[in-house]
Design a protein around this ligand. Structure first.
Ligand code: HEC
Ligand code: HEC
Ligand code: HEC
Ligand code: HEC
Ligand code: HEC
Length: 216
């Protein structure tokens, strides 16, 4: 090999090295963007009006979860509690926490309902019935909601800036992996369980089940 040829070879090897280096930098940058930056941009965090401890209250009420989350006479679900479930105990301040002071002064005294942010809220086009799952199906709250009923504090509510829906619908894992039944509650998560349990299928059956079971 002549000296000239040798030089040329050396520089092309270097170019190869640079190309790989730039490829790795580019890949790392897009992975960081996709996995770390994008989810942060996609969701805005909102705080609940004040914090609330389930763990504390479960020990104070007589009727467990149903003291606050119950079925009405017509079978519909009361969902998040109204002020009426709280005022018997909170007409006056009970403890010394700031959260309770905010609750009593800004909501109980003026008689204002608390504008709770509902983590599990589905789009309006979705029909969901607690009676079907909890009463007929005998399912545990935790299956769909996770351990929030035992929590000491409410997590921030995260809203998807594009759809306006709660992050709990798509879940935290952007690759779509799910390690608990409650990690997310997209259409496929509802239908996965429905198909497994043979929930009312119909002549207009599809692999998700009849659309009108969950969409009215
Ligand atoms: C003293 C009243 C009270 C009791 C008792 C209570 N909760 Fe709650 N629960 C609340 C309040 C207030 C919220 C509103 C926070 C929110 O917006 O999520 C809530 C929210 C929830 C949510 C979240 C709904 C959502 O998607 O935002 C779940 C799930 C829940 N409770 C389950 C339980 C379970 C399970 C129990 C029994 C182990 C229980 N709760 C007992 C008052 C109560
Ligand atoms: C059975 C009585 C009882 C009921 C019903 C009840 N509370 Fe309480 N709550 C208490 C007591 C007692 C404390 C004070 C504990 C302390 O600070 O020592 C408390 C503390 C709190 C606090 C401060 C501690 C925390 O959880 O962050 C908040 C906020 C609160 N309650 C909100 C509510 C709301 C909202 C409801 C209705 C959904 C409700 N409570 C229903 C008895 C009750
Ligand atoms: C099969 C899954 C499933 C089970 C089991 C379940 N939930 Fe839910 N829950 C949901 C879904 C989905 C929503 C949202 C409904 C919507 O937005 O239309 C919801 C909403 C709620 C809300 C907020 C309702 C509101 O809008 O005010 C509360 C509170 C709640 N669930 C508590 C409970 C409790 C307590 C239990 C156990 C007794 C329970 N859930 C069992 C799936 C479930
Ligand atoms: C972990 C399992 C599971 C999940 C998750 C689940 N379901 Fe269900 N669902 C069932 C079972 C089981 C039944 C039948 C209960 C019964 O009547 O015995 C049912 C029944 C229903 C019914 C009543 C159907 C009828 O014809 O009476 C509706 C509506 C429904 N589910 C909607 C939903 C929606 C919407 C979601 C998701 C947000 C969902 N379900 C998530 C298990 C599940
Ligand atoms: C087992 C319940 C279930 C069945 C069956 C079902 N869906 Fe859904 N669907 C949902 C839930 C829950 C959502 C909201 C969460 C999401 O976007 O994944 C949804 C969302 C959608 C959306 C997006 C709406 C929006 O505002 O984001 C469309 C469109 C849709 N479904 C169409 C269908 C069609 C068509 C069928 C019949 C092939 C069907 N669905 C069957 C539960 C169901």
């Amino acid at each position: 090999m002549s000296a000239l040829e040798e030089k040329a070879k050396e520089s092309s090897d270097n170019n190869g090295g640079f190309a790989i280096l730039f490829f790795i930098i580019g890949l790392a940058a897009s992975l960081i963007f996709g996995w770390v930056v994008f989810p942060k941009l996609l969701y805005s965090q909102k705080k609940q009006p004040f914090d609330f401890s389930h763990a504390l209250h479960n020990g104070l009420v007589d009727n467990g979860c149903q003291s606050c989350h119950f079925f009405r006479e017509d079978g519909s679900y009361a969902g998040v509690p109204k002020l009426a479930q709280c005022v018997d105990c909170h007409e006056d301040v009970q403890g010394e926490t700031e959260d309770e002071a905010v609750f009593v002064n800004e909501y109980v005294k003026p008689g204002r309902e608390v504008p709770w942010l509902v983590y599990s809220r589905q789009p309006d086009c979705v029909f969901f019935s607690h009676a079907a799952h909890v009463k007929s199906g005998g399912m545990d709250c935790k299956t769909c909601h996770g351990p929030i009923g035992e929590s000491e504090s409410l997590k921030p509510y995260e809203e998807n800036r594009i759809t306006g829906y709660s992050r709990d619908i798509w879940g935290k894992n952007i690759a779509g992996f799910k390690s608990h039944t409650w990690d997310r509650m997209k259409m496929d998560d509802c239908s996965e369980c429905h198909v497994k349990n043979g929930v009312r299928q119909n002549s207009v059956q599809t692999e998700k089940g009849a659309c009108f079971v969950c969409h009215k």
